[in-house]
Design a protein around this ligand. Structure first.
Ligand SMILES: NC(=O)c1ccc[n+]([C@@H]2O[C@H](COP(=O)([O-])OP(=O)(O)OC[C@H]3O[C@@H](n4cnc5c(N)ncnc54)[C@H](O)[C@@H]3O)[C@@H](O)[C@H]2O)c1
Length: 271
């Protein structure tokens, strides 16, 4: 058997219990990584690590609120003790609030910024001693197409995602000297519980989804596995030389100012 792309690496994934984070945990474990899943969803997080173990992989779950610095510090320390100093960080934890800015409370603002943005700061700060112990290390943060464009009804989320991209660039510049590459994966419409929650706040979720897909040239919803493969690319030497940038995985959404996709694209047929 050939070694995986992440063989024996200690990897820490925030928001790893669900959606893209969970798909990344599965893929990274299949590539030989020892995966720490840090999330607030205890049941699904524990089920996932059991599933990974049943498939022959190595994973541990930590209950970790990524907006709390002490949780992030303790989880990274525990990961280092169990699996060795983390070499890879993936920040996938995220929450969204669907309301106009004047309807948001200060608590909404703080919660969104805490989970989506401050968590990246905490993870860099407390992972740095571990990352710098490796000759090469990797951080991948999850932005969004909303890192580049304005989005209706999600002003705080939208702002946090623009800031995640900028913080990723800043981290990449400052820590290249210790061998860290830091990049931002920016997904488009991806079928996860967050997307379903977002749609549930609309009067007709399926109609809204179909209308949004009209703006996506490939005409389909992305899967969490699609995003995980891009995260893997930026988490190993396949992407050598790539740092301080974004990888947009959006089915072409950002390329078109106005677009109406065909009802039938080849992407609707399974491979
Ligand atoms: N789904 C999409 O269409 C889409 C598009 C662009 C960007 N994103 C981003 O992708 C990332 C992953 O989201 P997803 O779509 O997989 O949704 P998801 O809801 O399936 O996953 C988000 C995970 O973050 C965890 N989380 C929330 N608050 C937390 C906290 N305080 N501490 C630790 N973990 C916490 C949740 O429990 C969940 O497991 C997010 O950053 C999201 O903003 C999603």
């Amino acid at each position: 058997m050939t070694a995986g792309k992440l063989q024996n690496r200690s990897v820490w994934i925030s928001g790893g219990a669900s959606g893209m984070g969970a798909a990344t945990a599965r893929l990274f474990a299949a590539e030989g990584a020892h995966v720490t899943v840090a999330d607030v969803q205890v049941d699904v997080g524990q089920q996932l690590v059991q599933e990974i173990a049943s498939a022959g992989g190595k994973a541990a779950f930590h209950r970790c609120d990524v907006s709390a610095e002490s949780d992030v510090r303790d989880s990274l320390q525990q990961a280092a003790e169990q699996f060795g100093p983390p070499q890879n960080i993936v920040n996938s934890a995220g929450i969204v609030a669907v309301k106009q800015l004047h309807e948001c409370t200060e608590a909404d603002w703080d919660a969104l910024m805490g989970v989506n943005l401050k968590s990246v700061f905490f993870s860099l700060k407390h992972a740095l001693p571990f990352l710098r112990s490796h000759r090469r290390s990797y951080m991948v943060n999850i932005g969004s197409v909303g890192s580049f464009t304005g989005q209706a009804l999600t002003p705080v989320y939208n702002t946090s995602k623009a800031a995640v991209l900028q913080l990723s660039r800043a981290i990449a510049l400052d820590y290249a000297e210790v061998g860290l590459r830091c990049n931002c994966v920016c997904p488009g419409i991806t079928d996860t519980p967050m997307l379903r929650y977002h749609l549930s706040k609309t009067a007709d979720p399926e109609a809204v989804l179909n209308a949004r897909l009209k703006r996506v040239p490939i005409g389909i919803v992305l899967t969490p596995e699609d995003i995980a493969r891009s995260i893997l690319f930026l988490s190993c030497e396949d992407s050598a030389g790539v740092t301080a940038t974004s990888l947009v995985v959006d089915g072409g959404y950002l390329a078109a100012a106005e677009w109406e996709s065909s009802d039938q694209t080849a992407f609707r047929d399974p491979l």
